[in-house]
Structures are given as structure tokens and as C-alpha cells.
Design a protein around this ligand. Structure first.
Ligand code: FE
Length: 218
């Protein structure tokens, strides 16, 4: 179970509009959500553990499935990949994924030479329309500061060791522009359909803190 983020609950994060407050200051909506959660918990109407489970599901499963479909389509369809490269907002919206925190998207494609990593150094901008709710670590100050200063070290902590000659490009999200990493298509997946390919695309691989799963994982 992920720890609750003291600076901004996930539910309150829904209203996040890119203010750059200090991390420990609850914005007014976050404070209201926290107060409501406390009251409902005290009255025995909700179980915080159940809420955590729901939030975790949206972080890791439901939300990122949209992005996984985008990546799988790009792997399977060269024309779509080209469109995604030129106009990610439109290419993603064509699959029905658009709206808040996904209005202006850019897709960044990993290659054998260059690995892409996404961060929001100022707060927690994240492409909700394709990835769902941001993980707690994405919003945490250590990730936000160190992803820029020492991306290779951060990736090592995620268990991802890249070849020394692979360049790492760090993309800093803003309210205006959010990034989706398109990981490299794993070997041994020739002829796979998009549904099967999408199973190899994890949330973290679309943030850049992991690679796509190997073919044997599906
Ligand atoms: Fe932000």
C-alpha cells in the first residue's frame, strides 16, 4: 500500500490547476477533501484503507491502460506513430482520451540511443487522460529535484540500469504541456495485436522510470 501523500491527497489532486505552493500547504480543495474524509471516517461511513485501495487501482491499473493503448497502437501502426510524433494531442484524442491535464500532449519516443524521463519539477503536472492518477513518488520532492540533477541515479533506484552511452533526456512537465514516453517495443513481439502489446506497457514505462515488459511477461 502506498503511503498517503500529506501535501495533496489524490482525490484533491483532481482539482489541481498548477499552483506552485509549498508542498506541505494543503490547497483549499485538498483541505476540504481531507476534512470530509476525516468526518466520514469518524462516523464510520468510509474505510480509509478502502479508499487507498481504490486510489491505487486508478494509479496503477485503470488510468494507465489508456496510455498503454496509445503506445501499443503506435508500435503496431506506423502511420499512427507518425501522427503521435507530430501531434500527440490529436492522435491521443482520436482514441477518446482527452480532457483535464491532457489538453496539450507531446509523445517522446525512446530509441536505442536516447531514453526519456518525465518529471514535473515545480509540482505534479501529469497526463491524467492517459496515465490516470500520479503515483505518490512522482509528486515527492526527492524525485522532482533529483530526476533533473541525477537522472541515471534515479533510474538505478527504480531498478533500471541503462547502458552508459545511452543518453537520458529529462522532460519537465508544465500546466501547458505534458509528456508521454513511448517505450521501445520489446523484441519477440512481431505480429502481436494491440491488445496483447498493451499488456507489456506499464505505467512506469510511460513515465520513463522503467522499460516496457519483456515478451515473456505477457
Ligand atoms: Fe506541476
Amino acid at each position: 500500500m502506498l503511503p498517503r501523500d500529506p501535501g495533496q491527497t489524490n482525490l484533491a489532486g483532481m482539482s489541481h490547476d498548477h499552483h506552485h505552493d509549498h508542498d506541505n500547504d494543503l490547497d483549499p480543495m485538498a483541505a476540504r477533501v481531507r476534512a470530509l474524509e476525516t468526518i466520514l471516517t469518524e462516523k464510520g461511513l468510509i474505510d480509509p484503507a478502502a479508499i487507498d485501495a481504490i486510489v491505487e487501482t486508478y494509479e496503477t491499473k485503470v488510468g494507465p491502460r489508456n496510455g498503454a493503448r496509445v503506445v501499443a497502437k503506435a508500435w503496431a501502426d506506423a502511420d499512427y506513430a507518425d501522427w503521435l510524433r507530430r501531434d500527440a494531442t490529436a492522435a491521443i484524442a482520436s482514441l477518446g482520451f482527452s480532457g483535464r491535464q491532457g489538453e496539450h500532449m507531446q509523445a517522446v519516443f525512446n530509441t536505442p540511443d536516447t531514453h526519456n524521463l518525465v518529471v514535473c519539477t515545480l509540482c505534479s503536472c501529469y497526463p491524467w487522460s492517459v496515465l490516470g492518477l500520479p503515483p505518490v513518488w512522482y509528486k515527492a520532492p526527492p524525485y522532482r529535484s533529483r530526476a533533473v540533477i541525477d537522472p541515471r541515479g534515479v533510474l538505478e533506484e527504480f531498478g533500471l540500469t541503462l547502458p552508459p552511452d545511452t543518453k537520458i533526456r529529462v522532460w519537465d512537465s508544465t500546466a501547458e504541456l505534458r509528456y508521454l514516453v513511448v517505450p521501445m517495443r520489446p523484441e519477440g513481439t512481431e505480429g502481436w495485436d494491440e491488445t496483447r502489446l498493451a499488456e507489456l506497457v506499464s505505467r512506469d514505462s510511460m513515465i520513463g522510470t522503467a522499460l516496457a515488459r519483456q515478451a515473456e511477461a505477457a
